[in-house]
Design a protein around this ligand. Structure first.
Ligand SMILES: [Zn+2]
Length: 238
């Protein structure tokens, strides 16, 4: 009986992992923090920047107002009259001034559902380099439920205590060390904090952080978390 139970549990966990892997294949990284998730035809863009895509977005999530995250040339390229924005309050004000209308302003802890997709806003800030992303700005990372797989996009953040309470299956974490994490090791600790199965490094290779950092992130987490290094701009796994 016990053996059967173990077999069933093993089967279920392999099945769940396979489901998360299928979700990884729905993610395209464009460099910096710009990501597209193709949720069975619903196109979700997070922090669109220097996009090579002009597909129309159903949903655009913005983590904060820095120009490499709230980028109007990119937003113009992918937004149409039906696009829904989810973003912190200050970004919502700027978007309204630019004429965008369907906007859900959120603070850390808020949850919204857009066309059956659940989105949770979570804290995102610096602990050491507080001049860049101060906690009091209430900027937000996001957890997006894609077909039952919870994808965490951390935004520009250092390792913060709130990460221990984040429940997710895939974590996208920043590796640049000038404005976000203080080291690759810290980013790896952040992945472990979330208890995640799969991690994807982002926010490196453009202005800060290198491809070597991504490999080092993968090495540190070997045997603990499966790290997928995406080719920026292509939906391919290295
Ligand atoms: Zn920033």
């Amino acid at each position: 009986m016990k053996n059967i139970l173990i077999l069933i549990l093993t089967f279920l966990s392999i099945n769940t992992f396979a489901q998360h892997m299928e979700t990884v294949e729905k993610i395209t990284w464009y460099g910096q923090a710009a990501v597209k998730i193709d949720n069975d035809g619903q196109l979700i863009f997070i922090d669109p920047y220097q996009l090579t895509s002009s597909e129309k977005a159903d949903l655009i999530l913005i983590t904060h107002s820095h120009g490499d995250h709230l980028s109007f040339p990119d937003i113009e390229q992918i937004a149409d009259e039906k696009t829904v924005f989810v973003c912190p309050h200050d970004c919502a004000e700027t978007l309204k001034e630019e004429g965008y209308k369907i906007i859900k302003a959120v603070s850390p802890g808020d949850k919204v559902t857009i066309d059956d997709t659940e989105i949770e806003a979570v804290a995102m800030y610096n602990v050491v380099k507080t001049q860049y992303h101060p906690k009091e700005n209430n900027w937000t990372g996001f957890i997006i439920n894609v077909g039952g797989t919870r994808i965490y996009h951390a935004g520009d953040t250092e390792r913060i205590p709130e990460m221990k309470n984040i429940e997710c299956d895939i974590a996208m974490l920043p590796l640049g060390q000038t404005y976000t994490m203080n080291s690759v090791e810290e980013a790896a600790e952040a992945a472990l904090d979330t208890g995640v199965e799969i991690a994807i490094p982002i926010h490196y290779g453009m202005y800060e952080g290198t491809a070597e950092d991504a490999k080092r992130f993968q090495e540190i987490l070997e045997g603990k978390v499966d790290v997928f290094i995406l080719n920026s701009g292509k939906n391919e796994l290295k």
